[in-house]
Design a protein around this ligand. Structure first.
Ligand SMILES: Cc1cc2nc3c(=O)[nH]c(=O)nc-3n(C[C@H](O)[C@H](O)[C@H](O)COP(=O)(O)OP(=O)(O)OC[C@H]3O[C@@H](n4cnc5c(N)ncnc54)[C@H](O)[C@@H]3O)c2cc1C
Length: 490
């Protein structure tokens, strides 16, 4: 099934979301709440986009009906390309923002389904294999909006959560019952939690192998005891709007702390249980979730880099700095990042892996691209700051500055630039500020750095994990020459 935006909104109105707290109040009307109405509108538009662009719809062989391309299980290079092109359309529509759009977790559910037998069935038995299949089919047939949570609260990173004063700060199993297991604890951050209908919880159990944490599951947001404590909405304010905040007003995504207050997880919603050591197969080997989500991030980044390249060039050209070699060098740098991303997506597709049930993007390339962007995207933010310098700051407060004739006359004289009339210039610089300076812009920078984990750890993992099997090839090149070099006579 492919829903329309209004069906998603209707579902939220019917209460298909968690219990949401915002600034001391329990939110009753999530759809019209000022902190959530922007992302809800954007998600609704995501669903509608599927009806406007046929690249997003596909006949899904696994469920025997049309679904979103994001639920589609690629079996060949051509399938993966089709999927990537569809996702490109979604993220071009977001200019590369709004990374926690429904498609992100749809892909996770699809990947689990593809490995129902060779991983979940093999490791956990037929009941869990059935759960994986049913959860995917339910998500697909109802076109549900899933979000996810992984990371434990930052209580004390020097010790594993099982050694914290309260071992149930991180979500863990409290007891088993006939119906399922009771879990309690929190996750540090769950973007989109307040307005998603469903939740995947898949903790990072590499940090702590205590079996009480080794449980992955999917539940409806409105399950009893699921609570979200939401951060401040970064928009709207002071009656300002799309003119002043062109990015925040479209792509604000709420982030929340997830609390599971003695929540019953029915047996049929569990997909991983009690075998912490099996995380390796899930993340790195058989399922290779890491490859898939990094591939998806590279798609988001590609759309964003196109937008950032355009923004940087428009700014440089508007104020006549585009002929300076140092500015050209920086514009070139952004174009290099952009092109490397484009190349990585094509190469990941071209050099993917044919597995019995799925065609997977190339792991080395997908992970490298996404990890590279943890530093490339913040660098592009820096370039935007460097080239716009002080002119990014003195932008008139709002659209009404242009509605006062006396003020407008001054703005048209003193704020116009060589390349742009004043109004256009202000629009451009409002866009810039919403990328590099607003709360939403700063949050996106933090997201670019950390949303796939800490960059130091991820870059180190290129050596310790990703290239584990291949790095000897490179060392051997050196060894070969060393072996050919003469040794001193005995
Ligand atoms: C905007 C945003 C949205 C997000 N949305 C989601 C979401 O929807 N769902 C979700 O699950 N997660 C989400 N994340 C969280 C993200 O997954 C984590 O931020 C990420 O995994 C990094 O973990 P951490 O923040 O706990 O940092 P840590 O890994 O704890 O790192 C913190 C600092 O300590 C250092 N450090 C930590 N451990 C070590 C060590 N062993 N050795 C050396 N140094 C160490 C790191 O280098 C780093 O500087 C989001 C993050 C952001 C910023």
């Amino acid at each position: 099934m492919i829903r329309r935006g209004e069906e998603y909104i209707k579902s939220l109105k019917e209460g298909n979301h968690g219990e949401v707290y915002y600034n001391g109040e329990k939110v009753e009307d999530i759809v019209n709440h000022h902190a959530f109405k922007i992302p809800i509108k954007t998600v609704a538009k995501y669903y509608d986009l599927h009806w406007e662009d046929e690249a997003l719809r596909v006949y899904n062989r696994d469920v025997g009906e049309d679904t979103s391309i994001s639920f589609f299980r690629p079996r060949s290079k051509e399938d993966l390309k089709k999927m990537r092109v569809g996702l490109n359309r979604i993220y071009d529509n977001y200019y590369g923002f709004f990374g926690r759009s429904p498609d992100y977790l749809n892909i996770w559910s699809m990947v689990f389904y593809a490995h129902a037998e060779d991983y979940f069935g093999k490791v956990f038995g037929s009941k869990i294999m059935e759960n994986v299949i049913n959860i995917y089919k339910e998500a697909t047939k109802k076109d549900l909006f899933y979000t996810h949570a992984i990371v434990a609260p930052m209580y004390d990173r020097s010790r594993p959560p099982s050694q914290w004063e309260d071992p149930y700060i991180q979500i863990g199993v409290v007891k088993e019952t006939n119906e399922g297991v009771i879990v309690r604890g929190a996750a540090m951050i769950c973007t989109a939690g307040p307005y998603a209908e469903m939740l995947w919880y898949l903790p990072n159990i590499r940090r702590d192998s205590d079996p009480r944490y080794a449980i992955f599951f999917s539940i409806p947001g409105n399950s009893k005891g699921v609570k979200f404590i939401t951060r401040r909405g970064f928009y709207p304010r002071e009656n300002l709007g799309e003119f002043e905040y062109p990015i925040s007003s479209r792509f604000e995504e709420s982030d929340a702390i997830l609390v599971l207050d003695n929540v019953l997880i029915p047996w049929d919603r569990i997909i991983f249980y009690k075998k912490p050591e099996e995380i390796e197969g899930f993340m790195w080997h058989t399922v290779q979730l890491r490859t898939w989500f990094n591939w998806h991030f590279a798609i988001q980044h590609y759309s964003r880099l196109k937008f950032y390249a355009g923004l940087a060039m428009a700014i440089a050209e508007s104020v006549g700095i585009n002929n300076f070699i140092n500015v050209q060098e920086k514009l070139g740098e952004i174009l290099i990042y952009l092109t490397l991303n484009e190349a990585a997506l094509i190469a990941a597709e071209e050099n993917g892996e044919y597995l019995p049930n799925i065609y997977r993007p190339n792991p080395y390339i997908s992970i490298t691209a996404s990890h590279f962007n943890m530093r490339a995207l913040p660098r592009v933010d820096e370039i935007l700051r460097l080239i716009s310098a002080g002119s990014s700051i003195p932008i008139p407060a709002g659209i009404r500055d242009f509605e006062n004739p006396e003020e407008r006359a001054m703005l048209e004289k003193y704020l116009a630039s060589k390349g742009l009339p004043a109004l256009e210039r202000v629009k451009l610089f409002n866009l810039l500020w919403d990328v590099i300076g607003s709360e939403s812009g700063m949050r996106y920078e933090q997201y670019d750095r950390f949303s796939r984990g800490d960059p130091t750890i991820r870059w180190a993992q290129m050596y310790t994990e990703v290239f584990k099997d291949r790095k000897r090839e490179y060392v051997k090149l050196v060894r070969d020459i060393m072996d050919q070099m003469p040794n001193p006579k005995a």
